[in-house]
Ligand binder design. Structure first.
Ligand SMILES: Nc1nc2c(ncn2[C@@H]2O[C@H](COP(=O)(O)OP(=O)(O)O)[C@@H](O)[C@H]2O)c(=O)[nH]1
Ligand SMILES: [Mg+2]
Length: 453
């Protein structure tokens, strides 16, 4: 179960750390470990027991290089299903480079990015979607993203697709039985039964496809821009959401003249926040440029927060904010300064603003919840429906739904034609799991990985 050669890489991030891990996978792993390892008393070992941690030193043949913990995992009970060794060293880049050099000098070659996971896939330990889950988990930057990626890695989506596959295979056997033995009196399913199964499969696909709207935000994070007239409290809100004093806050309108950005984790989502220059109807030249950039940022945002000043009367600038909001895909309106006497007469019947006070820190949680809800990305919890976070999966599910709808329509024409549609859907499922793949798809997935995973 291996590609013949033995690969190695530093599995921990570059730079200093408490620990640094070197990973080796392939037939030479055990031999290389035995060659380099000495026990605390300086002795060599004859053999390594699988799944046991050895404490000792890596030795270059003349002297010890570092004190390490070494684990040997015999095939197939390892990440790659190959013989694997992990050497936990001290996290010094110099030490790690030296140990790596010793490992390669004993016959291993440097791994390519994602090659360990690629082997896990090629050796049949995980399917392609699970490999994608591994990379998403490594790259996840919010709790929600990590949870969705973990579900994918654990095979949550694969299990759903597997159960659809089973149903389709059964449908296919009924369709083909009537083709192969048309005159015999087989107990094949009726057209109505077949249609019901196909409908159910299409509905499942549709649910998954819909989940991508929020799922893509989980994986990529969302961009949220705050717009409003000068002095509404946009910069104050940005600082509150970032929990740091990023933007300058003053009572002078027009203080923020360029975009200010920061990253935060809100409601389990990775959010890039953008504070903008106030939409002042009578700007000076520098402000005008700031406003132009603000409107551009507003257009690019996944979610807009429109902020209004509750302590002042509604004016032309507020109207402009509303019209910008209405052009956005997703938006939330918030009226700030709830701690002051309220003079704002909210004119928009169909938009319910959230009342907040950045000064008193009230309403901020409700605002965060609203942002997460409009982004449809309330992160999936544990055993709930899996969320589709990858475009590749969404596209496959769209094609499956398409194939099955066609099969259903063609049932009227004949079972043979309908069977072709179900076959096509099954082929798509193979692309999802990686049972059938092209080198192009594989490299596009594994090239996203870092070296060492
Ligand atoms: N009373 C009160 N003042 C606030 C609140 N939020 C912001 N401010 C004040 O409003 C002024 C303008 O705030 P700033 O964040 O710079 O507004 P921006 O122009 O929209 O970025 C500052 O003096 C803030 O201290 C609030 O919730 N209540
Ligand atoms: Mg500002």
């Amino acid at each position: 179960m291996n590609n013949g050669d033995t690969i190695t890489a530093i599995a921990t991030p570059a730079g200093e750390g408490g620990l640094g891990v070197i990973r080796i996978s392939g037939p030479l792993s055990g031999m290389i470990a035995l060659n380099l390892f000495r026990t605390s008393s300086g002795a060599t070992l004859d053999a390594l027991e699988s799944h046991r941690v050895y404490f000792g030193a890596v030795n270059d043949g003349a002297s010890p290089v570092d004190e390490v913990c070494l684990t040997y995992m015999k095939a197939p009970r390892s990440y790659t299903k190959e013989d694997t060794v992990e050497i936990s060293c001290h996290g010094s880049p110099a030490v790690l480079r030296r140990v790596l050099k010793l490992v390669t000098s004993r016959g291993a070659r440097m791994a390519e990015p994602g090659e360990f996971t690629k082997r896990a896939f090629l050796n049949g330990r995980i399917d392609l979607s699970q490999a994608e889950g591994v990379i998403d988990l490594i790259k996840s930057r919010s709790e929600g993203a990590a949870r969705a990626a973990f579900g994918l890695m654990e095979g949550g989506l694969s299990a759903r697709i597997e159960s659809v596959r089973e149903k389709l295979v059964r449908v296919l056997s009924h369709l083909e039985a009537s083709i192969d033995f048309p005159d015999e009196d087989f107990q094949t399913a009726t057209d109505a039964e077949i249609i019901a199964t196909l409908d159910e499969a299409v509905r499942r696909m549709e649910r998954l496809i819909q989940s991508y709207d929020g799922g893509k935000f989980l994986r990529h994070g969302i961009n949220v821009a705050i717009i409003g007239k000068p002095n509404a409290g946009k910069s104050s809100l940005l600082n509150a959401l970032l929990e740091e004093e990023r933007a300058i806050v003053t009572h002078h309108p027009g203080t923020t003249r360029d975009l200010i950005k920061g990253e935060a984790e809100l409601a389990g989502l990775n959010v890039e926040l953008v504070d903008t220059a106030g939409l002042n109807p009578t700007p000076d030249e520098i402000e005008a440029e700031g406003i132009r950039r603000s409107l551009k940022a507003a257009e690019a945002a996944d979610v807009l927060i429109g902020l209004f000043d509750g302590s002042r009367q509604w004016d032309e600038a507020d109207a402009r904010v509303i019209s910008t909001l209405r052009q956005a895909r997703h938006f939330v309106a918030a009226v700030n300064k709830a701690d002051l006497c309220q003079k704002l007469d909210w004119p928009e019947r169909d938009i319910a603003p959230i009342r907040i006070s950045v000064r008193n820190a009230t309403g901020i949680d409700a605002l965060i919840a609203a942002v997460s809800t409009v982004a449809k990305s309330v992160p999936a919890q544990g055993h709930e429906e899996p969320v589709v976070t990858r475009l590749r999966h969404r596209e496959i599910f769209c094609r499956i739904a398409e194939d099955l709808r066609r099969a259903k329509e063609e049932l009227a024409v004949g079972r043979e034609v309908a069977a072709a549609g179900v076959w096509d859907a099954l082929e798509e499922i193979k692309r999802f799991t990686g049972e059938s793949y092209t080198e192009e798809v594989l490299s596009s997935i594994f090239n996203e990985f870092c070296v060492g995973k």
